[in-house]
Design a protein around this ligand. Sequence first.
Ligand code: SF4
Length: 320
Amino acid sequence: MIPFFRNLDDFLAFVELDIKVLSLNLSPNFPVKIPKAFAERIQKGHPKDPLLLQVLPRIQETRIAENFKIDPVGDLKKSPIQGLLHKYQSRALVVTTGHCDIHCRYCFRQHFPYAEESPNSQRIAYIKGYFEKHPEINELILSGGDPLSLSVKALKNWFDLAESMPSIHRIRIHTRSAITTPERISDELINVLKTSPLKHIWVVHINHTQEIDDSVQMALDRLKQAGVTLLNQSVLLKDINDDAHTLAQLSERLFDVGVMPYYLHQLDRVQGAQHFEVDENRAAEIYTELQTILPGYLVPKWVREIAGEPNKTLMSGGFS
Ligand code: SF4
């Protein structure tokens, strides 16, 4: 059993913080969920710890901000079948589950109607039919929630489905669990990956160097040895990673553990997360400085997802 904190009092006692010194949202709609393995990387007694701020439900969540929406990236308009999102020409994304091991307070899918969109056996048959009618799709993206919260057997069923379709060449997994709960990278999962004939790309989600401890490094090593290509996406988050040196350290550390920096996302404007947003002008300054610090291959692409666009939008100051 993976241990989680779901109760704020227990979590604050663990990180040695007094509830009275924090301005918290004590009845959040998006419940608190923090894996113990992640909580152990938080500095005790430090109210501004960059990992703590990602999981702490603060009072600012309750403010309604203009231009912050329930579905900021237009997922639901691009869902031809419940559980399937087809936004970009050659790849399609399956919402495999509504569960995550961690609840990131800035999550762009925190209001997503998972109960309506998570696949059941009938939807999976429709999804297969959709892929057969769309041979231009050559990459299946497993997302969620977090696909690693599925059992290995359920995950393998998705791999088998992809392998049964000649047009699919790659499986991509979007996961934060590989980082927050590295115990998910089990022997059973590694064996399944090693025997899969398809190419596997995992896009992990790390925002700060402090998230990478020995257990994470070991899990990433095992994935690499199983033939998985590892990329990272981060979100630019106020007071967490919004300076060039913090981001440069992250890229260096990612490279050391065999992960290539891929995307730096401008925050998706989801309701309840406005306090995480870094103003675009400030973000451009940070990104410009980042490019002077790092070699080009370690600079992630700075992007924003705009609802209805046929690809992610490179921000100015980014590579074109
Ligand atoms: S792990 Fe990903 S999908 Fe889950 S809450 Fe965090 S950002 Fe959202």
